[in-house]
Design a protein around this ligand. Structure first.
Ligand code: HDE
Length: 688
């Protein structure tokens, strides 16, 4: 019940519910600690007179509010973070002396942030986009930031092209749209003139770019890094994150509808999972290989537009990351966290990948602007959790300034407190690398094959996934107004696969098929397909961590409902109840059951599968509600499993699906509920 608020004369708003400082509520103060007597009214000359400049309480309040925003990230602005730990499975001391990998079972605190790339901070979660996958490991020898993506390759080979790529992908500068999408002329113009992007384009147009949840996607370090052990032996390494929950994506029509129904779908899912103790978990894998392997591998391991198939160098699982704590404050942690690829620890090193070399400058530079100065490591989420000792000092917002007179080195002071010295034996050492040559701007010939791995990726997909790539390209290019750009993209697709090019050209009704684009190197036809590149070939076969939407009406069968929810609980899955009114419905036993969502707030796109439990009268009433019909017709169109009973027929007929029931429709009246949940493990009824 809403409380009635009484006019309080010069006391301002708040009504009877509003309490003043007491034993329960501490006294409000200004930022300077001065107690505040009135937080409702500004200081004026006379009762209805002008405001006074001396009102320090008002001025401080407005001043602080005016400065609440900091610049959003120039890319990856929309993100969501959580705390957790990384657990090392076995010592990796033979490969690396990195402290976090030395001891079996050791837990290292981490902070992870997932993001979309192109959209601004308020953009919807289900944009078709690459997802950032950044992890800060607070190791005992400093912070290591593995700043990766959910796609193992990148659009460009050299950092020089990054501003162009991002300018082209973001909203056009004159019109300020489109937001959070690449379906526009500028992006495809740039891409069609940048053949090195073709491998990444295949990934970005695949279902990888519309994940069902942040919990259900892989992560990749992308670049080749180096492992160095205590003896100074070096190996190359690529990092992989494998979701314990399995991979899963949505279909495009679902993504479009999700963005309207719940623009926060991914962050809400992460928040809920942690709150319910269903902690998101990934295993860290490494592909370790020698210089000899690198020399004989078909592509240059310094080229970030290439990957090494897992079939060629297996991924060795070395530990797991569990995210078990949501942030206390979104701004302080998720917004202020500052990942820098240059944050590295002894035992690891960079390679000369020209993309990585540029990133090492860019991240530090951007944090200085975003967080206002060089002292962003003083912010708790960025501060190492190991001892620190250096002579950096002063600057904006310096929180911890050293005591004493010593602030340089070498010095002859004998004091030991805050007088650190370098340590040649345990300090960070770069990997050895011999370089010799002229200073030049040059793209190595070893980076020249732009199509072979794009073809390998495409051919490694199931037919369903290939079809999704066709649809995605047709959709994106249909938003491109200049026909020449559409044709130019298809000219590249011809170098990848003719079926792919034909499907897209047909989908666009291209009048003439272009000639294949001129290629620096011919496409190789001999690369074996790699099952690891497909999502569907690696389905998790579990409904755990997924959600069933149960639509109910008055008189719903409580026994069936209980059997269903118990079976879901046993599976580790969740459910939400949807009804015509949020107040819920009465069950067959007369019990009142609250709903989690009203029908127009709980469309079936929010769920991995649905069930409808109604009486005949209930179904007839629902048949008059457009959103109830959408609930099942969308579930059907999105290839979801649908549990129903005979009573639901009026609603099914009203949705025009009377004749459409297939094996993905399961009659809960005649099926064992445990079997229904078992079927849900397939996640979608793709045969439809
Ligand atoms: Fe980034 N990238 N990037 N990037 N990137 C940023 O740093 C940049 C690249 C990635 O959750 C920025 O703190 C350049 C590849 C993630 O806070 C900026 C180049 C990969 C995040 C920047 C790349 C990434 C960023 C913007 C080409 C996958 C979000 C804000 C040389 C391996 C981190 C910030 C977070 C963020 C620059 C390419 C991943 C401007 C110059 C490749 C996950 O510094």
């Amino acid at each position: 019940m809403a409380e009635s608020f009484k006019y309080q004369g010069n006391k301002g708003s708040g009504g009877e519910l509003h309490q003043k400082a007491s034993e329960k509520h501490p006294t409000m103060t200004t930022a300077q600690g001065c107690p505040v007597s009135d937080n409702q009214n500004s200081l004026t000359a006379a009762k209805r007179g002008p405001g006074l400049l001396e009102d320090h309480v008002l001025r401080e309040k407005l001043f602080h509010f005016d400065h609440e925003r900091i610049p959003e990230r120039v890319v990856h602005a929309r993100g969501y973070g959580a705390h957790g730990y990384f657990e090392t499975y076995e010592s990796l001391s033979q490969l690396t002396c990195a402290d976090l990998f030395q001891r079996k079972g050791e837990k290292t605190p981490v902070f992870a942030r997932f993001s979309t790339v192109a959209g601004n901070k308020g953009s919807p979660d289900l944009a078709r986009d690459v997802r950032g996958f950044a992890v800060k490991f607070y190791t005992q020898e400093g912070n290591w930031d593995l700043v990766g993506n959910n796609i193992p390759v990148f659009f460009i080979q050299d950092a020089m092209k990054f501003p162009d790529l991002i300018h082209s992908a973001k909203a056009a500068p004159d019109r300020g749209f489109p937001q959070a999408q690449t379906a526009h002329d500028n992006f495809w113009d740039f891409i069609s003139l940048t053949p090195e992007s073709m491998h990444m384009v295949m990934w970005a147009m695949s279902d990888r770019a519309i994940p069902r949840s942040l919990r259900f996607m892989e992560g990749f370090g992308v670049h080749t890094f180096k492992f160095i052990n205590a003896e100074g032996e070096e190996n190359y390494v690529k990092f992989h994150w494998k979701p314990k929950q399995g991979m899963q994506s949505v279909v495009w029509n679902e993504a479009l509808k999700l963005n309207g129904a719940d623009p926060d779908y991914h962050r809400r899912d992460m928040w809920e999972s942690i709150a319910k103790g269903d902690y998101p978990e990934w295993e860290l894998g490494v592909q370790v290989f020698s210089q000899e392997f690198a020399d004989q591998f078909e592509f240059d391991v310094l080229d970030a537009t290439k990957l090494i198939p897992e079939e060629q160098v297996p991924v060795q699982i070395v530990g797991r990351m569990v995210l078990n704590r949501a942030v206390d404050n979104f701004f302080a942690e998720t917004e202020q966290v500052a990942f820098c690829t240059q944050n590295i620890v002894p035992g690891l090193d960079f390679t000369s990948d020209p993309l990585l070399q540029g990133r090492n400058f860019s991240y530090l530079d951007t944090q200085t602007k975003r967080l206002g100065g060089p002292n962003f490591t003083h912010i708790p989420v960025n501060a190492p959790k190991c001892p620190m000792a250096h002579f950096h000092q002063d600057g904006h917002m310096a929180m911890h300034n050293p005591k004493g007179r010593i602030n340089y080195e070498p010095n002859s002071w004998q004091e030991h407190e805050h007088n650190p010295r370098e340590c040649p034996t345990t300090g960070y050492k770069s990997a050895s690398e011999h370089t010799d040559g002229d200073k030049l701007r040059y793209r190595s010939e070893t980076f020249a094959d732009h199509y072979s791995q794009a073809r390998q990726f495409y051919l490694s997909q199931t037919a369903i996934e290939q079809a999704h790539i066709h649809y995605a390209l047709v959709f994106e290019l249909s938003k491109v107004e200049h026909l020449a750009i559409r044709g130019r993209v298809v000219s590249h697709l011809l170098n990848i696969d003719t079926t792919l090019a034909n499907e897209v050209a047909d989908g666009l009704r291209l009048q003439t098929m272009p000639e294949p684009a001129q290629a620096a190197m011919p496409t190789r036809d001999d690369l074996p397909t790699s099952d690891a590149l497909s999502i569907l070939k690696n389905t998790a076969h579990t409904f755990a961590g997924r959600k069933l939407g149960i639509l109910i009406s008055d008189g719903f069968d409580l026994t069936l409902f209980k059997a269903l929810t118990t079976a879901l609980g046993n599976e580790g899955a969740r459910y939400e109840v949807i009804a015509a009114q949020v107040g819920g419905a009465k069950s067959s036993c007369g019990h009142h059951h609250q709903a989690d969502q009203v029908i127009n707030g709980g469309p079936s796109v929010l769920y991995d599968a649905v069930a409808v439990l109604t009486t005949k009268e209930g179904a007839e009433k629902l048949a008059d509600i457009a959103e109830a019909k959408d609930f099942i017709s969308d579930a059907h169109a999105h290839m979801k499993f649908i549990g129903y009973t005979e009573h639901v027929s009026p609603l099914i007929s009203a949705a025009g699906l009377g004749q459409s029931k297939d094996e993905g429709w399961i009659n809960l009246g005649s099926t064992d509920i445990a079997q229904f949940v078992e079927q849900l493990r397939q996640l979608r009824f793709w045969q439809r």
